[in-house]
Design a binder for this molecule. Sequence first.
Ligand code: 5GP
Length: 194
Amino acid sequence: MKLLEERILREGKVGANGVLKVDGFLNHQLDVALLRELGQEFARLFRDCGVTKILTVEASGIAVACLTAEQMGVNVVFAKKSRSRNLTGEVLTAPVESFTRGGTYDVMVSREFLKQEDRVLLIDDFLASGSALEGLLSLTEQAGCSVAGAGVCVEKAFQKGGARLRSRGLRVEALARIESMDAAGGIVFCRETD
Ligand code: 5GP
């Protein structure tokens, strides 16, 4: 998506640790008008898929998930990363390896918000090694619901997550796919020929 690629080129900062910082519009300050456009695009891509619910993970996935959900007329469930007192009843849990912070954490949702009859669209800001989406997939498997696919704003295609998830049969749509990036500032996007 040209709009997102241009914004990344203009404002994205590549860290030496392989992390792309986009704090000015996606990860800290939120450019709601831009996120609405991203939400519209996800809604268009998945419009005929019978989606009944969007599942994301706190915190950075929530905003774009909400703007997608608004377009699709469905609710958002966000998986929590820490066990709070208001997470009651039966709780589904899956481990995730954190790419940005290192270490492992659990993602958790109340079973009451993922029903067997739900058809779920997974949404997240970034796809890198794929662990976050795999954690969300595991939650849907435990809940027994079906998955329409996953929408991510940015896929770092030079990491293995996207290929692994697609080889599992998951439909993964990325609005910007980065082929390579380096700390000197060079960011190259994938150009699909098909
Ligand atoms: P994965 O689980 O696919 O390795 O990483 C996805 C998660 O890590 C996303 O939810 C995102 O928050 C974070 N992440 C991974 N790579 C990046 C990156 O380059 N920049 C930012 N801002 N977040 C990232």
